[in-house]
Design a protein around this ligand. Structure first.
Ligand code: HEC
Length: 224
């Protein structure tokens, strides 16, 4: 597959491939920063300027609360989403949310204080990553980034270790999706989130180095 290999491409093709690999890296880095920031919000002291929970209750979940109930949520969130102030909210959650968001139900799980506090502290935004959401990133976007980079570029590199690296990428993606699925975005095993992000970053970095080095090392003279 000599003609298929990355090194024998015309310069324009190689420039395009370089752009794609760097764009994927930038997307991955942004997505990882986004999900880790969300996880960290749990330990934040200051309430979010535009809390995710209130944005959802005023948006897609609006039919599930009356204005009076929304005010109860608002008071709790703006008061710092404390355990002490949770009782009035808990009653509404049991009535209005648990039927759908109970154990094993609709994501995210909302059964009590531990589930609701992170949502109250999270910042919301209208950006691309917020639209995709943590679930979309871990279960779809990150795997797609790796699939594309590995199938289109890494597979065609001349580096003998490419198969092993493709395997390592698959492991990193599966570990990340698995740990996220098990935690459903909840804290408690934050080390898993950091480990997964580290694995994804390392795997993509290695992939990018191999692919870029291969692209720009010049045409293959004889078989590598
Ligand atoms: C009739 C079922 C139902 C009820 C009742 C319900 N939800 Fe939902 N909820 C859903 C569905 C379905 C989704 C996913 C829809 C989506 O993301 O667009 C969802 C999504 C959410 C999300 C995630 C949205 C995001 O973009 O992050 C939150 C937070 C949420 N609900 C909170 C609540 C709260 C709080 C209540 C109670 C006041 C509630 N829901 C009541 C069905 C329900």
């Amino acid at each position: 597959m000599g003609s298929m290999s990355l090194r024998n491409q015309p310069t324009s093709e190689r420039a395009f491939a370089t752009f794609v690999v760097l764009a994927l890296a930038a997307f991955l880095a942004g997505g990882l920063a986004f999900t880790l920031r969300r996880e960290r919000a749990v330990s934040a002291q200051a309430p979010a300027a535009r809390p995710h929970l209130l944005a959802v209750l005023e948006g897609v979940m609006a039919p599930n609360t009356s204005p009076a109930e929304l005010a109860v949520f608002r008071t709790w969130v703006q008061g710092g989403a404390t355990r002490e102030g949770f009782a009035p909210v808990e009653a509404i959650v049991a009535n209005n949310c648990a039927s759908c968001h109970g154990e094993g139900g609709q994501f995210p799980r909302i059964t009590g204080f531990e589930d609701l506090r992170p949502l109250a502290l999270e910042e919301t935004s209208e950006g691309l990553f917020d639209t995709l959401g943590a679930r979309g990133l871990h279960l779809a976007a990150f795997p797609l980034v790796f699939l594309l980079a590995a199938v289109v570029y890494l597979r065609r590199s001349a580096w003998p270790g490419r198969k092993a690296l493709m395997g390592a990428c698959a492991v990193a993606v599966l570990f990340d999706a698995g740990q996220w699925w098990l935690r459903q975005g909840h804290p408690g095993h934050a080390w898993a989130a950091w480990t997964a992000s580290g694995l994804l970053s390392a795997a993509f970095l290695a992939l990018a180095v191999v692919v870029l080095a291969d692209l720009w090392r010049g045409p293959v003279e004889d078989k590598a």
